[in-house]
Design a protein. Structure first.
Length: 324
């Protein structure tokens, strides 16, 4: 069964663009990249990287080292519970210095070769897929493959980079791009349901027409099932958007917890902590006088007295903080 995918450019879209990467230690995920991949997986999308890597043709990085770089990318994603379903790259360039790679190629964006190869290997529906990148080459490759496109504009545009490109959407970062896909996914699910509610779909009897599972998914209704004795309730297929909403709620709770944690700081707590330190100092001094050879009782009681007074002050500060 075919599935949809979200194709990503690599540098400047999923990881920081620091020029030609030549070592795994240079790989740094952009903020939100791992979370976006997890959310798109929950929506049922495959996630695939398609990247021009002319650094191979230019002799800057070998294919073996490029493989290690991509392994590092997968490792960093795995640490955050995310993963890519595929990584495709084009090592060719007409101006390359390595003869093996010095040529043009249909794999090199803006040609759609990498997207077409991924679609054939992974059984993808390109018309239901998306291409996200930070350059006009990414947009053009997505259009030629038949995908919807999102141009990520996190910085100033390059006038030499496909100035005539016309993306379907423009986002400021990968998080906004993912939200656009989720909004589209949600609206595409709601439209068939509204059509059914408005009577735009003809009503037919169960004997005239049997709803297929695919049509049931599109229309958000269940196909007819044979009734069995003693089984009256059938569970509907879970909404695939629910896990995504749960992830967003969890992230919001984490942000609220952090803000509350920093909001708990107050001058009362600070004073109570400082006074508590002096209490410990008084107890240490009392112990010191007790262990000394002359054992001066008045100094021992004086230290203990100060300790008691300071402890009462610390408790008072804590109580005042609790009543705020």
């Amino acid at each position: 069964m075919t599935s949809a995918a979200v194709f990503f450019d690599r540098d400047g879209t999923l990881i920081e663009d620091s020029g030609y990467l030549s070592h795994p230690d240079q790989v740094k995920l952009l903020d939100g990249a791992a979370e976006v991949l997890k959310e798109l997986h929950l929506l049922g999308y495959k996630t695939v990287v398609v990247s021009n890597q002319s650094g191979v043709a230019r002799g800057i990085v070998s294919e073996e080292m490029l493989g290690r770089i991509h392994e590092r990318l997968q490792e960093l994603l795995a640490l955050k519970g995310a993963a890519l379903d595929g990584i495709y790259y084009c090592p060719y360039h007409p101006d390359g210095v390595i003869p093996k790679y010095r040529r043009d190629s249909d794999l090199r964006k803006p040609q759609p070769g990498m997207l077409l190869a991924a679609a054939e290997a992974m059984d993808l529906d390109l018309k239901q897929s998306w291409m996200i990148g930070d350059s006009g080459r990414d947009v053009e490759a997505g259009h030629r493959a038949g995908c919807r496109t999102i141009l990520v504009r996190s910085g100033p545009s390059d006038p030499d980079d496909a100035p005539d490109c016309r993306p379907d959407h423009v986002a400021v970062n990968i998080r906004e791009a993912a939200n656009m896909i989720k909004d589209f996914h949600r609206s595409s699910k709601e439209e068939p349901s509204q059509a059914v509610a408005a009577g735009e779909v003809e009503s037919v009897s169960e004997h005239d027409y049997k709803v297929t599972p695919l049509e049931a998914e599109e229309l958000r209704i269940e196909p007819p099932r044979a009734e069995t004795a003693g089984t009256m309730d059938e569970q509907a297929e879970p909404d695939r958007e629910t896990p995504v909403l749960l992830v967003e709620i969890l992230e919001q709770l984490k942000r609220m917890q952090k803000s509350e944690m920093f909001g708990e700081f107050s001058i009362m707590r600070l004073l109570a902590g400082i006074v508590q330190v002096f209490v410990l100092f008084c107890l240490v001094m009392a112990l010191w006088f007790l262990m000394s050879p002359d054992r001066r009782i008045e100094l021992i009681f004086l230290s203990l007295g100060f300790g008691v007074v300071l402890q009462v002050m610390a408790l008072t500060f804590y109580i005042m903080q609790g009543r705020r």
